[in-house]
Design a binder for this molecule. Structure first.
Ligand code: LLP
Length: 411
């Protein structure tokens, strides 16, 4: 489902005109479609129905507590990457036995927290971390559930910052090293080897890297079985890419990879292992189901350029500045066909503060509203108070109802 559409020249989220929400809440404002998010969850979950699996939503994409509560109540698990995310996941109702915890730099305190709560698995990223977990677990007199993150040296051919499964990246350990690590861990009483983990990157556009990753992990599981180590799950991480240029309802699927086709491709590989599949989608659930709304403050024409200065900046949405990411920009009220090319920039004191460059847009004037599309993932969570700007508010829409799910920060 694509929840955003025009009706009578007005941009809607589900059954609510966005201008109606903006009149009450102001801008900058994040608005999410709950129906869209839950539908994407069901779509991915349903695609893998033919095999034992667990969807652990990656909190890092969007950790709004209300959104998390709704996903938890559908039966989702959680993928966390810090003590903060772990606490948040537990607080909103994700059962500990459905939480996996990755990250190259877990502190002792974070490890203790995970062990205290008996989460599903610590996704371990180095030999040294494995040793530290073993000694903390021993002191706590518990068994730590372990899945080592393998770095399979698979290229997703994406943005270098979003690539995590190449050997040059800081994540995971090589297959050969993992083999030694498992053999060592199997003899360690304070560790329990429950699975194997991999996450090769974000914004993956083809099924092929997933297939290669699944084959690599399936072979590893078989090798471990031969060594007398029975693993229970294979965790393929997250990463399904979404199409940032397809933003309106009439365009169909938001995913680059069809989850049903992906499941069909992976099923034979995974079935042979007898393992449960864990999947950690973030962006694909929330990305297309959120927008950042902003108001035009000023327009200005310089010698070579037209600028539209808006009240949302890189502190609200850093993706264009950080990754050169493309987000479509649509007016809340559709205008006549006259268009011009302009940069949409924020109020921050940096030339890198832009939401869009050289974009063909209707002619804008002070007070007009714009929607920055596909901003539901890695939007609010990456926002900051840079230039001492209060963070935006967040609103959740479902059908014809809506509610503020996080108040705007105040000065
Ligand atoms: N699992 C692990 C271990 C991860 O590191 C990530 C994302 C995910 C799951 C979820 O991946 P997704 O399904 O969302 O692609 N800030 C960047 C994205 C960074 C992704 C980091 N890890 C952006 O705005 O594009």
């Amino acid at each position: 489902m694509m929840p955003f559409h025009y009706r009578h020249q007005e941009l809607y989220c589900e059954e609510v005109a966005l201008s109606h929400i903006v009149e009450r809440c102001g801008t900058p404002l994040y608005v999410y479609s709950l129906t869209g998010i839950l539908e994407n969850y069901r779509c991915i979950d349903g695609a893998f129905a033919g095999q034992p699996h667990r969807i652990c939503y990656a909190l890092k994409a969007n950790a709004n507590p209300e959104l998390l509560r709704r996903l938890a109540s559908l039966g989702a698990g959680a993928d966390v990457v810090s003590g903060g995310e772990l606490r948040q996941a537990l607080q909103v109702g994700f059962p500990a036995e459905k939480i996996v915890f990755a990250g190259v730099g877990k502190t002792d305190e974070e490890i203790r927290l995970a062990l205290q709560h008996r989460i599903l698995a610590l996704n371990v990223e180095s030999r040294e971390e494995l040793h530290v977990i073993a000694s903390i677990a021993e002191r706590m007199q518990v068994q730590a559930p372990i899945a080592v993150r393998i770095n399979p040296d698979i290229d997703i051919e994406g943005h270098p910052y979003l690539t995590t499964g190449k050997s040059a990246n800081k994540f995971g350990i090589s297959l050969a090293e993992a083999r030694d690590a498992y053999l060592w861990a199997a003899a360690c009483k304070s560790l329990r080897l429950v699975g194997v983990h991999c996450h090769i990157g974000s914004m993956i556009k083809k099924a092929e890297p997933y297939r290669r990753m699944a084959e690599t992990l399936a072979a590893f599981v078989a090798d471990m079985k031969d060594q007398g180590i029975a693993l229970e799950h294979i965790d393929l991480g997250g990463g399904i890419g979404v199409d940032y240029s397809q933003v309106l309802a009439e365009h169909g699927s938001p995913f680059y990879i069809d989850p049903v086709e992906l499941a069909q491709e992976l099923q034979p590989v995974l079935q042979a292992t007898g393992c449960e599949l864990i999947f950690e989608p973030g962006r694909s659930l929330v990305g297309p189901n959120g927008v950042l709304l902003t108001t035009v403050l000023y327009t200005k024409q310089t010698a070579g350029k037209k600028f539209i200065v808006v009240d949302a900046g890189m502190n609200d949405l850093i993706r264009p500045s950080l990754y050169g990411a493309h987000h479509e920009i649509l007016p809340l009220q559709q205008k006549t066909a006259v268009v011009e090319t302009a940069d949409v920039v924020g109020p921050i004191c940096e030339s890198g503060d832009f939401l869009a460059k050289e974009r063909l847009l209707p002619i804008m004037k002070r007070g007009d509203r714009l929607a920055v599309m596909t901003a539901g993932a890695y939007g609010y969570v990456l926002s900051s108070q840079y230039n001492l700007r209060p963070r935006a508010a967040e609103v959740m829409v479902q059908d014809d109802g809506w509610q503020v799910v996080r108040e705007r920060e105040s000065l």
